[in-house]
Ligand binder design. Structure first.
Ligand code: C2E
Ligand code: CA
Ligand code: CA
Ligand code: CA
Length: 279
């Protein structure tokens, strides 16, 4: 038994060392990519359901390095959060989204709003409000074109600080959305205090919407709650026409997901945009 114990211990140590090494390699790769500006923004369309009009684009960061194994944001964002480099990435993302928005407006194209994801680590580290203002100023973009998405769990972890953070962003005129809604245990009391214009229902509730009656009831309740608070509700991860119709019929205002369009580079997203002044 003793021998088996020692063997198990060694196995764990080796596994941990290996995991730490993989992480370290990824960290090095990410720092280099930041310095060389190798990140790219892709965009996914957000549609209003009753008339299928494009109301916005969510900016999603990508890292394409030929010759290196592909790595997605779900894997690299947590590493950047641990090292604090998420602050530098967030600054680049916000700036690039504002630059792109300005360029489209100059072409007479209407994208509604560009939504940028803000990590709770950025909120915690401070300076984010000033960085957002600087990005808007640099590109001469009016604040109402920018929407910032912060996860419900991130907001809940930081209580009063979140409330103050959201209020200073709102005072600048940017729009605010609660991301991954339904997974972070906020209450009606929180929602009333947060100056947010949108709730994004987490994809996890939409996936089995047509077969799981508990999910269907929860989605219904979230839509009703948004309504009663005067907050617009968007469903994430809509993949089928059936889901889209159901959501529209229960009064969900907007949706996003593979059914409407996958994230794509700016040149592709450009083709989804409306000519300015058509609404
Ligand atoms: P998120 O903010 O919840 O973004 C939505 C994710 O769901 C995206 O994954 C998107 O590609 C994916 N998605 C959209 N529609 C569908 C669908 O119909 N079905 C399925 N299965 N998936 C769908 P992605 O781009 O891999 O991003 C993953 C997460 O990484 C994001 O989740 C967000 O938390 C984070 N992230 C991405 N870009 C940024 C960024 O610029 N800054 C920060 N802080 N986080 C980011
Ligand atoms: Ca998001
Ligand atoms: Ca989300
Ligand atoms: Ca998410």
């Amino acid at each position: 038994a003793k021998r088996a114990g020692r063997g198990t211990y060694r196995y764990y140590t080796e596994a941990l060392t290996q995991a730490a090494q993989v992480r370290l390699q990824l960290d090095t790769r990410l720092r280099r990519a930041l310095a060389r500006q190798e990140f790219e923004l892709w965009y996914q369309p957000l549609y209003r359901l009753h008339d299928r009009r494009l109301i916005g684009l969510e900016a999603l960061v990508r890292l394409h390095q030929p010759g290196l194994p592909p790595v997605g944001p779900a894997e690299f964002i947590p590493v950047l959060e641990d090292t604090g480099h998420i602050v530098a990435l967030g600054e680049w993302v916000t700036n690039e989204a504002c630059r792109q928005g300005r360029a489209w407006l100059d072409e007479g194209l209407d994208f509604g709003r560009i939504a940028v994801n803000i990590s709770s680590v950025e909120m915690q580290r401070g300076g984010t409000v000033a960085r957002v203002q600087r990005a808007l100023d640099t590109h001469g973009l009016a604040a109402e074109y920018l929407e910032l998405e912060i996860t419900e769990s991130g907001l809940m972890q930081q209580g009063d600080h979140s409330e103050a953070f959201l209020h200073s962003l709102r005072a600048m005129g940017v729009q605010l959305a609660i991301d991954d809604f339904g997974t972070g245990y906020s209450s009606l009391a929180h929602l009333k205090r947060f100056p947010v214009g949108k709730l994004k229902i987490d994809r996890g509730f939409i996936r089995d919407l047509m077969t799981d009656s508990a999910d269907a009831q929860l989605v219904h309740a979230m839509v009703a709650m948004g309504r009663s608070l005067g907050i617009s509700v968007l469903a994430e991860g809509v993949e089928t026409e059936e889901q889209m119709r159901h959501l529209r019929d229960i009064g969900c205002e907007a949706a996003q997901g593979y059914f409407f369009g996958r994230p794509a580079p700016a040149a592709t997203a450009r083709q989804w945009l409306n000519p300015a002044g058509t609404e």
